[in-house]
Design a protein around this ligand. Structure first.
Ligand code: ZN
Length: 512
């Protein structure tokens, strides 16, 4: 059986509502998932929520709710956002799911049996208001580095996961697998860290006297599992119980695991070592994306500059937001978000680019051919535009193999731009006045229609709503058809005699 192409997003911490950073990660993952589905591969796209830990317990307390009631109320906001943004996940995991808790406990029992976990006394400096442990080195002038208040020395029994004795193996593995951490600058950071620092074993429990909101440690009434250890295991626990009749090995190892640059340490160091200790293979690629800044500052709840993706989608359309986020930055780099910038791209690329191309093509079919696509034999189509539109699939797929949706969209928009130029060059309105047979006009118009058709098929992975609209207006019964290779792409054609509907503007002008 073919292995399922398995992609994951981080699971999101539910101490607030989702913002544009969450939207970006899931739109990226959705685009990759749609791409692999179009190639005809079985796909499993996992997302979910990380629901345990101190921050959730504190937020719940502040809201006057139990932690469970608090997370139950927030999870629907995430699911609703994914629905609005057209994010086609296959499974949504919640770490409070009883099946996940059981899985975590079985992993811990197994790791203890393998002597990868041991119990020891833990010493450190504790900030009571922050509920945070700090090492001597982390303190700032002997005070909590977060809140600058005084700290107390604490000693307690905890469980530790052995990281140190896996360090040489991990360094060697990352050196030998160039695609394991992408992009390269993130890989180099991790390599640098592993070459120059010594890993310390990871404390993976919290005493219940300090924190109760977590998975109970097996055979211990005194400890709960550290939230990161619990959360990382979602990637293997979900396939364990997600789909009946499937085994973990039908999914794992993951093909790509998306994550933001702030959680590289957990994913590129703790997670591979956990998998190694569990006896599971490594994911093929950890794909690290950057942050969105708002103007010049980082977006954060405390700064009050959080952008609500639902509002943006309602105002400009979901696909305008998807296009902006996918196109504005190269995956891996930081981006700058501003509504002005989004409006600029909307006008230039969407309204005047793709929207205009559709509108003029459909208008001319309406005006010159009563809305019916004329018959033109394939060799009579204009090669100056058919060439680029036929070659588009290979260019887009090539970029997608390199996890570069921005590069892929640039290729699509080159063809759109080329097609709009083609209209100016061929002046169909002049050809239409020619009393001779309309063969040249027919050829120009069908060339345009075939090009828009191909653009729409490819846009199904990036801008599914817009693609669907165009394909419906082109009266294409083959919507959703798989286009795995360029051979098949050159075989798809619009049927002569098809009725074309112009419809409302795809991207209404913003001043309207
Ligand atoms: Zn503090």
């Amino acid at each position: 059986m073919t292995k399922t192409y398995y992609l994951t997003t981080p699971i999101y911490y539910v101490n607030g509502k989702p913002h544009i950073g969450h939207a970006y990660t899931n739109i990226l993952c959705d685009t990759l998932a749609r791409y692999h589905r179009m190639l005809g591969e079985p796909v499993c796209f996992l997302t979910g929520t990380d629901e345990h830990g101190t921050k959730v317990a504190k937020a719940a307390l502040a809201a006057g709710k139990t932690p469970q009631a608090y997370v139950d109320a927030l999870v629907p906001h995430f699911k609703e956002l994914w629905r609005v943004l057209g994010v086609t996940y296959d499974f949504f995991i919640r770490t409070t799911d009883e099946r996940h808790k059981q899985y975590v406990r079985s992993v811990l029992t197994d790791l203890e049996a393998k002597k990868e976990i041991y119990k020891a006394s833990y010493q450190g400096w504790y900030c009571t208001p922050c509920e945070s442990f700090w090492t001597e080195l982390q303190l700032k002038d002997g005070k909590c580095p977060d809140c600058h208040r005084g700290v107390d020395q604490i000693e307690e029994e905890n469980y530790f996961f052995k990281l140190a004795h896996h360090q040489a193996w991990l360094l060697d593995y990352i050196e030998k697998h160039e695609d394991f951490i992408r992009p390269a600058h993130r890989r180099n950071e991790v390599l640098g860290f592993l070459r120059h620092e010594t890993l310390e074993d990871l404390c993976i429990t919290r005493p219940q006297s300090r924190l109760r909101w977590g998975i109970e440690y097996p055979n211990s009434k005194d400890h709960v599992v550290y939230v990161w250890f619990d959360a990382l295991l979602n990637y293997t626990s979900a396939p364990h119980f997600a789909i009946e009749g499937k085994k973990e090995t039908d999914f794992w190892p993951a093909d790509v695991q998306l994550l933001g640059k702030d959680i590289v340490r957990q994913h590129a160091i703790y997670w591979p070592i956990m998998l190694k200790a569990m006896g599971l293979p490594m994911p093929r690629t950890l794909l690290v994306h950057g942050w969105w800044k708002i103007g010049e500052t980082k977006m954060s709840k405390s700064l009050g500059n959080v952008v609500n993706p639902t509002e943006i989608a309602a105002k400009y359309g979901v696909d305008a937001l998807r296009y902006f986020l996918l196109n504005e930055v190269t995956l891996g780099m930081d981006g700058t978000y501003s509504e002005d910038l989004l409006m600029e791209r909307y006008s230039s690329d969407l309204a005047n680019g793709l929207g205009n191309l559709w509108h003029r093509t459909a208008s001319m079919i309406e005006k010159y051919f009563d809305g019916i696509l004329p018959q033109v034999e394939f060799p009579q189509l204009k090669q100056s535009l058919m060439g680029p539109s036929m070659g588009l699939l290979d260019l887009v797929w090539g970029n997608m193999e390199q996890y570069d949706p921005r590069g892929a969209l640039a290729e699509v928009w080159q063809v759109i731009q080329r097609a709009n130029q083609f209209v100016e060059e061929n002046k169909p309105w002049v050809l239409a006045k020619d009393p001779a047979p309309k063969t040249d006009l027919e050829s120009v118009i069908v060339t345009l229609a075939e090009t828009v058709f191909r653009v729409a098929v490819i846009l199904m992975i990036f801008m599914p709503d817009t693609a669907k609209k165009i394909l419906q207006r082109l009266n294409q019964p083959t919507i959703g058809k798989l286009i795995p290779n360029s051979g098949q792409f050159s075989e798809i054609h619009l049927v002569p005699g098809t009725r074309i509907e112009k419809g409302e503007p795809l991207f209404p002008r913003l001043d309207d």
